[in-house]
Design a protein around this ligand. Sequence first.
Ligand SMILES: [Fe+2]
Length: 384
Amino acid sequence: METFTFRAAGEVTFGVGSIQQVGLKVKRHGGNKILLVVDQGFAKSGPLEKITDALKKEKISFVLFDAVEPEPQGETAEQCGFLAKNEGCDFVLGVGGGSAMDTAKAAAILATNGGRVRDYQGLDKVPRPGLPKGMVPTTAGTGSEVTFTAVFINTEEKKKAGINSVHLFPEMSVLDPELTLSLPPAVTAFTGMDALAHAIESYTSLSANPLSEMVSLEAIRRIGKSLRQAVATGSDLGARSEMLLGSLLAGIGLANAGVTAVHSLSYPLGGRFRVPHGVGNGLLLPAVMKYNVLSRPERFARIAGALGEKIEGLSVKEAAVQSVEAVKRLAHDIQVPERLSDLGIPESAFPWMAEEAMKVVRPLENNPRPVSLEEAIGIYQKVF
Ligand SMILES: [Fe+2]
């Protein structure tokens, strides 16, 4: 067996009602005066007082920043980092979807390292640890609570790029499925497809290892079983719990095995056309699976099994192809956009998009089948 390394974030607390413990957990990780970074949607309509009450109970004071936009810009994180430093905060708590958590993660390192987001975009460019940080996800999607990545749009270049550093691994996270109950069906659908993409991409990645494979496959099984129900009946706490656990597992898989061509090809959709991350990934996932399926047929056959497809009696190749059909059906059932033309993206943009996708190198290196510029354009054309 080859040598491998498995990395994980700090303490993870999971369960219905676990948010009541968030004050205690923050305190144990050194938080007395904290920067509380909350996404706009949750600040408006989510049960934010559940969190602020738990903080007050432990006499933790907080500075609230509740203006994180979807697909955040580097400037937002810089504002937060500045605020944390100026107010003398000793901890950063991120509450929301990927955008709020990524902003909180970056703010924590900016508060101690100074500089701007663009100074750290890339791999291992953060010199010093940041303030300790904790994450409370309110969507079952990005898995950002357990990853070492934070992604931002660079407004001048209209491009998305990630800060990737061990200093971004959150020291703690609290995952309470009740916080996801108020998510509208469409957001549940596309964040869920992002989580499924993390699970499938990390499972089929060339960087997967025996531990990451276990968590990724389990993530596929849980998400496949519960995503339709979470979209159809948002109040189903059982389905919400399965989705949140699935997205957590997918995040752990992703932090170890990375993602593949789906994420590379969807980056330009977010950067220039502001397509939400989960929509782009959900749209591209079946097409990229179809492109990859015969490069690792055994794995794709196991994905089909994990998604509940009847694969007994089928050849490995037939079972593998079933995995693509299963994901296509799921995306269709939960009404994820299926065509780039539906998103108003013109065919004339494909050469530019493919060129940009080629620059998102690491996921492409993980992809089980090489992707050339022409092949990337071909994949876009198949979903036009
Ligand atoms: Fe993602």
